[in-house]
Design a protein around this ligand. Sequence first.
Ligand code: C5P
Length: 400
Amino acid sequence: MLQNKKIILAITGGIAAYKCAHLVRLLVKQGASVKVVLSASAAQFVTPQTLSVLSKNEVIQDFFDANFNWNNHVHLAEWADLMLVAPLTANSLAKMASGTCDNILLAVYFSMRGKVFVAPAMDLEMYRHATVKENLNKLEALGHYVIPAESGELASGLSGEGRMAEPENIVHFIENNLKQGMPFAGKKVLITAGPTHEAIDPVRFIGNRSSGKMGMALAETLAAQGAEVCVVLGPSVLQSANKNIQIVRVESADEMYAAVMQRYAGQHLVICSAAVADYKPAQVATSKMKKKAETFELALTKNPDILAKLGETKENQFLVGFALETENLLENAGQKLKNKNLDLIVANAANEPGVGFGHDTNAVSVIDQHNNVFKFELKSKADIALELVNLVALKMKVKG
Ligand code: C5P
C-alpha cells in the first residue's frame, strides 16, 4: 500500500518523537519516500541527522536551510501524497485546529491537498481535556484521520491513555485507510504465470519461452488496487517487493496444478496466464540419459488442464484465461472461453511483433461471455495489465 507513496512525516515536540526514527525506517521499508519536517522542540528529542540518514532526505526544520535557501512549503505539500503528524502535541493540534501558522511544519500542513493523518501523544489529563477532544474532532471534521493514542505507561509516570500509537500500528492504520475505496480491497486473487518445465531426466526438461511478465504485471496492478495476491509462478527470474504479493514457485504442470487447487477455495478472482506445457514425458529418467542412437523418441503423456478444472469446479470465483494463438485468434479463444467455463479470455496473437512471450509489450483482445470483444493496442505489459484489471473490476461488479 505504501509502495512509491510520498509521505511527509511532521514531528512535533513530544517525547514520543524518539520513536520516529523507527517509524521512518518502517515507512521506507514499505517502499515509501519520506521527507521529515521537524519542529524546533521536536529536535530536542530526536536529531535531524538520525532522521536524515534513515529517510535518505534532508530534514526540513525552518523556512530557510543552513545555506539560506528557501524551503518552499507549498512545493513540499504538493510533492506529498499524504502527511503524517506524529507525535502530535496539544500545542500543534490547537494551532492546526485554529489556523495558527507560525512555523514551517504548520505552513506545510495548511498547504496540504492530500490526506492528513495525526497520531496524538499527550499525558493523561491533557489527552482527556475537553478542548483537546474538541480540537481532534475539528481535525476529523476537516476530513483528517486521527490515529488514536494508546493506553499504557506515560512519560510522566502516570498510566492511561495518551501514548502515541506504536509505529507498527501507525503504519497499519495508514495502510488500511489507503486500501479502502480501492476496487480490489479485501479481494483474494490467484494468478498462474510463467512457463512450466517438464523433466526428462535430472538435467533436461521440456519448456517454453514464457517469461511470466504479463502475470506479474497483473499481480502488481491488482496489489496496488488493494488485492491480496498469490502468484503460482513457473520457473522465472521475476520477483516482487510488494508485501501483498505472495509468490509460490513451482516447476512442472503437476506442481502448478497442486498449488492452485490447494488455494482455489475462497478466491474472488483467478487469472491463468501461465503457459502450461500440454504434455510431459511419460517417464522421467532417474539418471542423465546417455547419447546413443541417431534418433530418439520420447513418449509423452497429457498434463492436467488446470484452468479447465477450475472452470468445472467453479463456485463464485471470477475466472480469466489466456489464449495464445497463431491463427483464428478470436474464434479459438472464444471456444476456449466456453469449453473451460470462463468469465473472460485474453487472446494473444503469437506471431505479431512485440506481442506475447518474453516481450515487455503486449497487445490483446478480451472476449466476454456475451462475445463482446475489447481490443487493447500495443503498449507496455504494465499498461495492458491496468486496462485488463479495470475491465475485470467492471465485469466483477456487474456479476456481483
Ligand atoms: O493451452 P491453452 O491454449 O488451452 O491455454 C489456455 C488457458 O488455459 C491459459 O489461460 C492457460 O494458462 C490455461 N492452461 C492451464 N493448464 C493447462 C493448459 C492451459 O491452466 N494444462
